[in-house]
Design a protein around this ligand. Structure first.
Ligand code: PLP
Length: 388
């Protein structure tokens, strides 16, 4: 008999919400191109503009400041550009400063060459080292152009929340621009682009219950914008050419609308379940290491290491028992490497860590299954120092 599966890997991707699916089905039935002026085109356009308002409202931005892209990764490649435009003038940004724990989508540096990228360290608690950021920006050579800084709100592996307002205060003091990857934060924490002090936000629909393959770049203003990455027709006000993915955008809008309501209740639900899982893990195996537990974390994530168990082995063991969770970040072709996040935190990342990440439809029964499986796996592990 096939084991019933439980899905505890929401940071990799969240299941598609019913409201998003319905909006997509409706959009798929529409024949028009959103750029056409006839009634069919205008109906498609109206759907995109509705989604734009819904996505903007989730992050306290103006609808006209949302550019839809094919992914958060594409949005990152667009915004991490050494060339910006202010009207017809060219503005150069000679150096990119990225936190050491960014997702590879940002860490890769977009259109900056490797020698133009500087890493900002984090503390042992996984929080950006603000003194290091100040020192780096103080040493920034203005002849290089403005500094561009990229720091995420919520880390996808640990769930640790970064002090974005403090980061922004430093970046502004040195006249820089701040790009914030809000992929794992949107819908999980209250976000308003201006309150955060961010110049740009990066979003991805599939972490919110929307479809995979659509994201957004959200800007605070529109005077200073990165050079477009995808050129062609004038879609998205010239910031991102190509006929819009109507169904995906409609699904993104619906998911954003759903996630904008009930945030407090959702958070209470997921944190209670996550805390229950962590307490149970610690009582079964008191030597379990849970990263970021003492600090500020988003409520749905637990990143843990069980001495004597290699993350990769653990992941397979959970999978065989019907429990889907991931070993570190799962964005790269299923391969499990040493976590750059743990390395940046000064942890021994060699045996890796497992990530449990849950969402609003996760139940107590799911957590109990996880705990029972954890107990079984913990009982089989090798003594510490002999990770299998
Ligand atoms: N940023 C973070 C923090 C993520 O977790 C992810 C996906 O895992 C991305 C960016 C990339 O998003 P997308 O899959 O839309 O390219």
């Amino acid at each position: 008999m096939a084991v019933e599966r439980i899905y505890l890997d929401w940071n990799a991707t969240a299941p598609l919400m019913g409201a998003a699916r319905d909006a997509m089905v409706e959009a798929l039935a529409m024949p028009g191109n959103p750029s056409s002026v006839h009634a069919e085109g205008r109906a498609a356009r109206a759907l995109i503009e509705k989604a734009r308002r819904e996505v903007a409202s989730l992050v306290g931005a103006e609808a006209s400041h949302v550019t839809f892209t094919a992914s958060a990764t594409e949005a990152a490649n667009q915004v991490l550009s050494p060339v910006y435009r202010m009207g017809k003038s060219r503005v150069s940004l000679g150096r990119l400063y990225v936190s050491a724990i960014e997702h590879p989508a940002v860490r890769a540096g977009g259109r900056f060459a490797a020698h133009q990228i500087t890493e900002i360290p984090v503390t042992r608690l996984g929080v950006l080292d603000l003194d290091a950021l100040s020192a780096l920006l103080a040493a920034h050579d203005p002849a290089d152009g403005l500094p561009l800084v990229a720091v995420m709100i919520v880390n996808n592996e640990t769930g640790i929340v970064q002090p974005i307002r403090d980061v922004s205060a430093i970046v502004k003091k040195f006249g820089g621009l701040l790009v914030v990857d809000a992929v794992q934060a949107a819908g999980r924490l209250p976000i308003a682009i201006a309150d955060l002090g961010a110049d740009f936000l990066i979003l991805s629909a599939h972490k919110l219950g929307g479809p995979k393959g659509v994201g957004a770049l959200v800007s605070r203003g529109e005077t200073l914008m990165p050079e477009p990455l995808v050129r062609g027709g004038g879609q998205e006000k010239g910031h991102r050419a190509g006929t819009e993915n109507l169904a995906a955008i409609a699904g993104f809008g619906a998911a954003a609308r759903e996630m904008a309501a009930g945030l407090v209740e959702r958070n209470a639900h997921v944190s209670a379940l996550r805390d229950r899982a962590e307490q149970a893990m610690l009582s079964v195996a008191p030597d379990t290491m849970i990263y970021g537990r003492g600090g500020t974390r988003v409520g749905n994530t637990s990143f843990f290491h069980l001495p004597g168990l290699k993350a990769e082995t653990g992941q397979i063991a959970f999978d065989l028992e019907g429990v889907a969770l991931s070993a570190g970040a799962a964005c790269s072709s299923g391969k499990v490497g040493a976590s750059h996040v743990l390395t940046a935190m000064g942890e021994d990342a060699a045996t890796g860590a497992l990530r449990l990440s849950i969402g609003p439809t996760t139940t107590e029964a799911d957590i109990d299954r996880f705990v029972a499986t954890f107990e079984k796996i913990a009982a089989r592990r090798k003594p510490a120092g002999q990770a299998a």
